[in-house]
Design a protein around this ligand. Structure first.
Ligand SMILES: Nc1nc2c(ncn2[C@@H]2O[C@H](COP(=O)(O)OP(=O)(O)O)[C@@H](O)[C@H]2O)c(=O)[nH]1
Ligand SMILES: [Mg+2]
Length: 195
């Protein structure tokens, strides 16, 4: 699939205001700084559609992008900054939880993980949440350019094991080196076709 058109639609900061249109949505979640904005930009072939920020975790909003007039990318708030621990539940009580449980058009959640790191407790609870709620997901391991090929394969095994998922659910990506673009777009194309 070729992305011919990708435009910013809107941002939502308040609960109750999320879009409910009949357009399939592919959402991106992950820890702040994991490379979410960079990956969205890489997929659509634009430098700054989703802003890559160097001050992570400041804005808690849901950003929508219309792609090829057929589906949407949804950039969800980054999690895991500052107050973890007793406020961990706030993650699910906030906009992200409302989106994940309430969006009628959600097709798949792309969970981004830094390929160099063992998934955090929050990453694990995100996966458990998606599985428990039967929300389809794929794991995108980001920044794979930072590791050698053999290290990438090794890390992918570790991530799969930590999350108790099959390795095939993990796509290796790099926004820097344009890795994984075809695989992700092919996945989306197949999902949009059957809908
Ligand atoms: N080497 C490398 N750096 C990346 C890659 N993707 C993102 N980064 C860097 O990681 C930082 C966070 O990226 P950003 O897209 O803003 O992350 P977000 O907070 O998840 O949206 C930035 O400094 C990016 O330049 C990648 O594929 N390779
Ligand atoms: Mg970002």
């Amino acid at each position: 699939m070729i992305i011919k058109k990708a435009v910013y639609k809107t941002s939502v900061v308040e609960k109750g205001k999320l879009l409910q249109d009949d357009i399939p949505e592919f959402a991106f979640v992950g820890r702040s700084n994991v490379g979410k904005s960079s990956l969205i930009n890489m997929l659509v072939g634009q430098k700054r559609l989703a802003k890559a920020s160097s001050t992570p975790g400041l804005t808690k909003m849901v950003n929508y992008f219309d792609i090829n007039d057929t589906f949407r990318f949804v950039d969800l708030p980054g999690y895991g900054y500052a107050k973890v621990g007793k406020n961990q539940l706030d993650v699910w009580a906030g906009l992200m939880g409302e989106y994940l449980l309430g969006s009628q058009s959600l097709d798949t959640v792309f969970v981004l993980l830094d390929i160099r790191q063992v998934p955090s407790e929050l990453d694990k609870s995100m996966l458990e949440f998606l599985i428990f709620n039967q929300i389809p997901f794929m794991v995108l391991a980001t920044k794979s350019d930072k590791l050698s090929k053999s290290k990438q394969i090794q890390q992918r095994k570790i991530i799969a094991k930590t999350l108790c998922i099959r390795e095939e659910l993990i796509i290796l990506t790099s926004a820097e080196k344009q890795i994984g673009k075809e695989k992700v777009l092919e996945y989306i194309e197949n999902k949009v076709e059957v809908n």
